[in-house]
Design a protein around this ligand. Structure first.
Ligand code: PLP
Length: 405
């Protein structure tokens, strides 16, 4: 998270908008050459479907060039998304209920724009995606963390927090959650918890922003229905839902989407100032997705990431058993979340790990203000090569054991 550096002088301070004071660019993970990078949730770069995307690009440019090089939303991609929701989740929504966005980052920014005034309060998981924290900081919002466990966000804690705020005359505008293969903890909320969270949103007249970034990347078992689908079935209208093509296709295409109740979406798209998101990439993605190519590609990705998850869990078992370090085994997504034994600080440990040749994200990078993340480490297995996983975990384990000693 880019922390606002109010102290550093800027030549244009007297001209800047208040929200720009201290603003700094969001860190996008730049992998280092020398180190084994468990740091970033970047998609595997060898898996981008180069040939099929090249063919889809050529076909779309030649057959549909006048459309894709023109202003406008990528209508064929929106149609693909609606069709997928209907086929895969039995959820039928109107075209006016979705907007294609420049990654889900823009989707979250738009939700912030349409719902948040400076000083507003939102709730989120105590450990969460740092990109979203960056967006909420730029929206001048107060982000209140809510306790989680291995099953994700705890609805009773959400309700307790809402009541606590209510006593101070504060109503949170929405609850930002990543209920499935959560970043950074890898946890997935049960259906029971999802239903309880919806009840809470309804009871206290608030909304839920469901970030479903790791959609499709399930390694085993049934993935619970999304909050969006459950909300749709119950006709509550409490959920805004965003997804991305970054993890299942190519992050550089900058494609994502947001869906929600019609009345909210009309305002949200009213604040979207860009003349249509990336029609070039959007139409190409839609051509590529035809004939089940994207669905089949996701199945290939699942095999790759499942294998890496298994390699990482096996390496953790081998090198860290008996040290007091604990971790989860995620059922999908990109992340394993380590808890260090009492007294170890993941920030202090990092330079030593880097010296040993391995990089990770310390828990302090993924927490809203007021949460102490120093006992935690996020390991991502998405971007490393299979053969780097064991040596990387071995190097990390050696560093941890030395610090324990
Ligand atoms: C939970 C979560 N949401 C959203 C995103 C953003 O993805 P994009 O803006 O590329 O769609 C990420 C990427 O790391 C993520 O982990």
């Amino acid at each position: 998270v880019s922390v606002a550096d109010k102290s550093s002088e800027n030549k244009y301070d007297n001209l800047l908008a208040k929200r720009a004071a201290g603003a700094v660019a969001r860190g996008i993970g730049a992998p280092t050459q020398k180190m084994i990078a468990f740091t970033y949730g970047l998609p595997d770069e060898d898996s981008f479907p180069f040939n099929d995307l090249a063919a889809a690009a050529t076909k779309t440019i030649m057959e549909d060039g006048k459309t894709i090089f023109q202003y406008g939303a990528p209508r064929t991609l929106a149609a693909y998304i609606l069709e997928s929701l209907r086929l895969e989740e039995d959820t039928t929504i109107a075209p006016t209920q979705i907007a294609v966005t420049a990654g889900s980052s823009q989707a979250i920014s738009l939700v912030a724009r349409v719902l948040l005034d400076p000083g507003d309060v939102i709730l989120c998981e105590e450990f969460t995606w740092n990109g979203a924290l960056h967006i909420f900081k730029n929206a001048e919002t107060t982000v209140i963390p809510v306790e989680m466990d291995e099953g994700g966000l705890i609805p009773e804690k959400v309700e307790a927090k809402i009541l606590e705020l209510q006593a101070q005359g504060i109503k949170p505008k929405f609850i930002y959650t990543i209920p499935t293969f959560q970043n950074p903890t890898g946890s997935t909320m049960s259906v029971e918890r999802r239903l309880a969270l919806l009840d809470i949103a309804e009871k206290y007249d608030t909304l839920i922003l469901e970030d479903h970034a790791y959609h499709g990347l399930a390694f085993e078992g049934d993935t619970p229905p999304t909050l969006f689908t459950l909300d749709h079935e119950r006709k509550l209208g409490r959920v805004l839902h965003c997804r991305t093509f970054s993890k299942i296709l190519a992050a550089g295409m900058r494609l994502g989407w947001v869906a929600g109740p019609e009345d909210l979406m009309v305002r949200l798209t009213g604040l979207k100032d860009d003349g249509g998101t990336n029609p070039f990439a959007g139409y190409i993605a839609a051509t590529y997705a035809q004939e089940n190519r994207l669905r089949n590609h996701i199945q290939d990705l699942v095999k790759i990431y499942r294998q890496r998850r298994d390699l990482m869990v096996a390496a953790l078992d081998k090198h860290l058993a008996g040290t007091g370090v604990t971790w989860n085994v995620p059922a999908g997504g990109f992340f394993i979340w380590l808890k260090l034994p009492e007294g170890l600080d993941s920030g202090a440990l990092l330079p030593k790990a880097q010296e040993a040749g391995v990089n990770y994200l310390p828990g302090t990078s993924v927490v809203p203000q007021g949460v102490d993340g120093k006992s935690y480490i996020r390991l991502s297995y998405s971007f490393v090569k299979d053969e780097e996983i064991e040596p990387g975990v071995a190097a990390l384990a050696k560093t941890i054991k030395e610090s324990l000693a």
